[in-house]
Design a protein around this ligand. Structure first.
Ligand SMILES: NC(=O)N[C@@H](CC(=O)O)C(=O)O
Ligand SMILES: [Zn+2]
Ligand SMILES: [Zn+2]
Length: 429
């Protein structure tokens, strides 16, 4: 039994925001506990803290199998717990990739053994993520995938993409797309614009993203299929999604904390910790991504947690891999951009990091409804932290917020009624 007292309980799905108590029995949220149960319950004093549904991140790279020097399911879920996330969705660009039932089964076996938060796998759209031949999407669904994606790459051939979208639709699986026209981004390492010119680095134009977003809108409309645009970074891309939604087309979109926080100017010292895909873009793009979140065009905040080792990242900008970690800074960074700046209130942000994220992939998570699993996060939105990746719980430290002062500290993360992060350390076995 669990009794969380006196917190500010914010549960956007149930329009709840007020001081109160929360109860759980056998890992499930309940309305109340009996007198004797209250006496026996573990009591958590949440005075001064926000109590909300455990955070949900639908875009995480856990690197298992095959790249476990960067991250694995144990370390990645520890990072998630420390960041306040109780449910995460992992991408299939592992080694081997998740394009076959055996690999998905192996991932699920490891999740059962090693994960300390809930993890749902995704499967590939195409065999070996080559964009040439459809993956056995039905068999992958039988193994429990929640979406299909070739994230890291983008299916270039429109006929193959069309078949993939139609096929995924038959299995009621959303397609998550990394929107990138590869013909326009050969050798590109940062946003194409003033800074790429000045720095002499090959640019990745936002048109390459916008074109694929537009293609996906066409297919979503044609087949009434749900296509989710991952890590949207360009102003016009946001606009295309906004217009499509107005017409009732079933597209959704995600904003990352880094695209809301940084711009391509950050690349000016050639530090590869600012190298990611899609790249950091202009101030106008950054503002448009934020506006997209505020007006509901981008209904979810997702980290795209993409660990790479220091050895790999500590290279020339041109050759370092794309990607940054995000699980342990997502809440504080998003609070800063959206809430502390006065752009929206806490409940609005929490909705985008909980039930709205879960709804995109139909995950049973993101609410404090009676009968829901007792996945709960406690945080202090005003507590100052200094970001120190050496204190993080994942294996990699490629974090662009390194050294920054942010406000927002995760005080406790609870999965099925059990504390897995107590604000100082991982407490799960
Ligand atoms: N975002 C990145 O820059 N990198 C991701 C791939 C991806 O999400 O596209 C990775 O797997 O490293
Ligand atoms: Zn991607
Ligand atoms: Zn990704």
């Amino acid at each position: 039994m669990l009794w969380i007292k006196n917190g500010r309980v914010i549960d956007p799905a149930n329009k709840r925001d007020g001081t109160g108590d929360l109860y759980a029995r056998d890992g499930v949220i309940v309305d109340s506990l009996s007198e004797s149960e209250l006496k026996a319950a573990e009591v958590i004093d949440a005075q001064g803290a926000v109590v909300c549904p455990g955070l949900v991140d639908i875009h995480v790279h856990l690197r298992e199998p095959g790249q476990t020097h960067k991250e694995d399911i144990a370390s990645g879920t520890r990072a998630a717990a420390a960041g306040g996330f109780t449910t995460i969705v992992c991408m299939p660009n592992t080694s081997p990739v998740g394009d076959n039932p055996g690999t998905i089964r192996r991932i699920n076996d490891s999740i059962t053994r090693n994960a300390i938060v809930n993890v749902y796998p995704t499967g590939c759209l195409t065999v070996e993520m080559k964009g040439e031949q459809l993956a056995p999407i039905g068999s992958l669904k039988n193994e429990g995938i929640v979406a299909v994606t070739d994230d890291g790459l983008c299916v270039q051939n429109n006929e193959i993409m069309r078949r993939a979208v139609e096929y995924a639709r038959m299995f009621d699986l959303p397609v998550m797309d990394h929107c990138q026209d590869a013909s326009m981004t050969q050798g590109a390492v940062m946003n194409e614009g003033y800074w790429s010119l000045k720095l002499g680095l090959k640019g990745w134009p936002s048109a390459a993203e916008d074109l694929i977003i537009a293609r996906n809108v066409v297919f979503s409309r044609q087949f009434d299929a749900h296509i989710h645009m991952q890590h949207v970074s360009s102003a016009y891309g946001v606009d295309i999604i906004r217009r499509a939604k107005k017409r009732g087309i079933r597209v959704s979109g995600e904003a990352t904390p880094h695209h809301m926080y940084f711009t391509d100017e950050c690349c000016k010292d050639y530090d590869p910790v600012f190298k990611m895909n899609p790249p950091l873009r202009t101030e106008e793009d950054r503002q448009a991504v934020i506006e997209g979140v505020l007006d509901g065009t981008l209904e979810v905040i997702a980290t795209d947690h993409a660990p790479h080792t220091a050895d790999e990242k500590d290279n020339e900008f041109d050759i370092a891999p794309f990607g940054i970690i995000g699980l342990e800074t997502a809440l504080a960074a998003s609070l800063e951009v959206l809430v502390h700046s006065g752009r929206c209130d806490l409940s609005f942000l929490i909705a985008r990091m909980t039930h709205m994220a879960a709804e995109i992939l139909n995950l049973p998570a993101g609410t404090l409804s009676t009968g829901a699993k007792a996945d709960i996060t406690l945080f202090d939105p005003d507590a100052e932290i200094v970001v120190d990746p050496d204190q993080f719980h994942g294996k990699s430290t490629n974090c662009p917020w390194n050294g920054k002062r942010l406000k927002g500290k995760v005080l406790r993360t609870i999965v099925a009624g059990k504390t897995v992060w107590d604000g100082n350390q991982i407490t799960a076995q």
